[in-house]
Design a protein around this ligand. Structure first.
Ligand SMILES: [Fe+2]
Ligand SMILES: [Fe+2]
Length: 279
């Protein structure tokens, strides 16, 4: 059922325990964003973007939680399972960071979400190993994509809060990207050629879906001003990349950081369809 995306915080014992696990969030320079320095339209857009980021971090937490159960089900190595458990807490702390940034900009915008339908459903018919393969593959692709964009945005932003918040997120995402590749290295003996070919199709579908994100970005910047009339410097300060940098970075990430490591593990995506996506 759809309901507005809202974050609850219990405080007390729960907060104390969580802060002990992830102390860096509280140490970020909160209270330094001054929304009145930017055009109201841009602040509105940033509030929307940071609310969307909080939602996708929430989805990432769910994804790692589901992965955790699947890894236990297929009796994956214990240390790999432990990594997935740790990453749930990382993603929850990213939800907190993104929500607090939206609050500093004037509050999150109201977006309805259905938490029961946030993740792509895994087929109940499939063997547990196939379901795990699907979850690991999609996570490896999504985490690599978010790491690349978090790094790009972090480098572009000159604002102390946004820069340090993105630095923390990017550092965590860099660790998250590894779990999928480590899993496929471990599972290589368990996966046959037919399954690898099926996974190549799943990977391509996932890449095509990501492409719709960057293909929707059409704004062009000229002499430091975007086609919507915002200073590129302001766009970067508020924590998002200008469209040109975002599109270039996204394409490079797919071609350099996602397709080759998949191929190294025998998951070879169709070159013609891929060229169409990256065009
Ligand atoms: Fe994250
Ligand atoms: Fe992540």
């Amino acid at each position: 059922m759809k309901a507005p995306f809202e974050i609850e915080w219990l405080g007390g014992v729960a907060e104390k325990h969580f802060r002990r696990l992830r102390p860096a969030t509280a140490a970020l320079p909160w209270g330094t964003l001054e929304p009145e320095r930017y055009p109201a339209r841009l602040v509105e857009r940033a509030r929307n973007t940071w609310t969307q980021i909080a939602i996708s971090e929430y989805r990432a937490a769910m994804s790692f939680a589901e992965m955790l159960r699947l890894l236990l089900e297929v009796r994956a190595p214990l240390d790999l399972v432990g990594m997935a458990g740790d990453f749930v807490a990382d993603e929850v702390s990213h939800v907190e960071i993104a929500s607090r940034i939206a609050m500093e900009l004037g509050g999150g915008v109201s977006i309805d979400i259905d938490t029961s339908a946030m993740l792509e459903p895994l087929s109940n018919e499939a063997h547990p190993l196939q379901r795990t393969n699907d979850r690991m593959l999609v996570t490896a692709i999504h985490e690599t994509f978010s790491e690349s964009n978090a790094i790009g945005t972090m480098r572009a932003s000159r604002h102390p809060l946004l820069r340090s918040a993105l630095e923390q997120i990017a550092r965590d995402e860099a660790r998250h990207t590894r779990i999928g590749w480590l899993y496929f290295d471990w599972a290589t003996e368990l996966i046959d050629d037919g399954e690898r070919a099926r996974l190549a199709g799943v990977a391509l579908g996932c890449i095509e879906e990501l492409a719709t994100v960057w293909q929707a970005r059409t704004s062009v910047a000229k002499e430091g001003v975007t086609s919507e009339g915002f200073l590129v410097e302001h766009v970067h300060e508020l924590g998002f990349l200008d469209s040109e940098s975002f599109v270039a970075r996204s394409r490079a990430c797919i071609a350099r950081d996602i397709v080759p490591p998949l191929a190294e593990r025998g998951i070879v995506v169709d070159a013609t369809r891929l060229a169409g996506v990256l065009r």
